[in-house]
Ligand binder design. Structure first.
Ligand code: PMP
Length: 401
């Protein structure tokens, strides 16, 4: 048992878990009562709009909304809360940078560097902008054990590369990127680097200053917070130079029919009434994970993944993907059984995994499979989940002979 597993206590914090073996936290994490209660209060007795109200409750909600921005900034090591842009999620954060930074800075013939293991959210927005401006996309290959190959990246990067966008933690393989080294390589040729932190923020302590990246994005719903809210962090000087993403209320300085001027960042990027209760929920989620500590969470998930990996590797006909030190996420296949069948049989035994291409079709092609089965862990996971997973896989093998 790991320290946190004494933490069955934690399981009780999550009404969505109970005695279910929920192994799909990489898709979305279950929510602790602290988050659910905070959202209920924000929609209930505390509910009011932000930024505009002249009455006390709105002023209080505005204080909470902006205090959450400061909390996010300190949670990820940002210099200032004005570098924190609230977005709908990682997908919107990447699209915002693709359109507002790359869409205005890149010229025909410029190049964008991605990797084989990227989520579609970190591929398609760049393809859209590349097509618009006439830029090209290059792809950094993986090492044999499933990491982004930074030696290969160093060899292939050129001064024509203006943007590098890489996942901090792979949503399929759990491999962890050496962000600092990838940033150093990008900066060597003057490129900017965006890190997709969707799978990292819930399981690793993140400090954007130490990583030395230029943009960092994540979604609250994978961090035990609500859906529909996420964060884009960008260096102040980059955000300040970027045009607005969407036009509307709140993002302006002055509007006339002749000319409109815009508010400074981050307000310029937050058109319309924001996801007020989402921000309150994100704030509660950060408090919750900080109360446990990301180093403890990381150690806990690593111990569970290691146990699951060892057990699955001992089963004949199971192939496990990804490096030995994968963070919280384990993909595998059972020879001769479609991952959807694996998922369905596991579901019958109360084990929820994900089966499919995980929005990473280029990676599936690289692995030579159509899909994988994926077990992913969270702070409420414990040894009983691993045991149920392994038992379920034995059952799959029995059923399929
Ligand atoms: N990147 C990675 C690595 C992810 O795992 C995900 C979610 N599966 C995303 C981006 C997109 O996140 P969202 O759908 O919350 O915008």
């Amino acid at each position: 048992m790991t320290d946190l597993a004494q933490g069955l206590r934690l399981r009780d914090d999550f009404p969505g878990v109970g005695d279910w073996h929920y192994l799909d936290s990489a898709a979305t994490a279950q929510k602790p009562n602290a988050v659910i209660d905070a959202i209920a209060r924000a929609y209930g007795p505390d509910y009011a709009t932000v930024h505009r109200g002249v009455y006390e409750r709105s002023a209080n909600m505005t204080l909470a909304y902006e205090a959450a921005r400061r909390k996010v900034a300190s949670f990820i090591g940002a210099k200032s809360d004005s570098e924190i842009v609230y977005v709908r999620g990682a997908t919107e954060g990447i699209n915002l940078v693709a359109q507002c930074w790359a869409g205005t800075q890149l010229k025909a013939g410029d190049r964008i560097l991605l990797s084989t293991l990227e989520h579609h959210s970190n591929i398609v927005p760049w393809q859209i902008v590349a097509e618009k401006v006439g830029a090209h996309i290059d792809v950094v290959p993986l090492t044999d054990d499933g990491r982004i190959d930074l030696d290969a990246m160093r060899a292939m990067i050129t001064p024509r590369h203006r943007m590098v966008a890489l996942a901090h933690v792979s949503n399929v393989l759990g491999s962890v990127l050496d962000c600092r080294r990838s940033a150093d390589i990008a900066h060597m040729v003057g490129a900017k680097i965006l890190i997709d932190g969707c799978q990292a923020v819930p399981r690793l302590a993140v400090d954007v200053a130490a990583l030395d990246c230029d943009f960092y994005v994540f979604s609250a719903h994978k961090l035990y917070g609500p859906t529909g809210i996420g964060v884009l962090w960008g260096r102040a000087e980059l955000l300040d130079a970027m045009p607005p993403y969407q036009g509307g209320g709140s993002m302006i300085d002055k509007v006339t029919f002749e000319k409109t001027t815009y508010a400074p960042a981050p307000t310029r990027f937050e058109a319309g009434t924001p996801h007020i209760t989402g921000v309150v929920g994100l704030s509660a989620a950060i408090d919750y994970v900080q109360g446990i500590g990301l180093d403890a969470i990381h150690a806990h998930e690593c111990a569970l993944v290691a146990k699951a990996r060892t057990a699955l590797e001992q089963i004949n006909s199971v192939r496990v993907f990804g490096p030995d030190d994968s963070a919280g996420i384990l993909s595998f296949e059972v020879e001769g059984v479609h991952p959807h069948d694996v998922g369905t049989i596991l579901d019958e035994t109360g084990v929820a995994i994900r089966a499919g291409h995980h929005c990473a079709q280029p990676l599936m092609r690289h692995l030579g499979v159509e899909a994988t089965a994926r077990a992913s862990f969270g702070i409420y996971s414990d040894d009983s989940d691993v045991d149920a997973l392994v038992k379920g896989i034995e059952r799959v093998r029995k059923i399929f002979g």
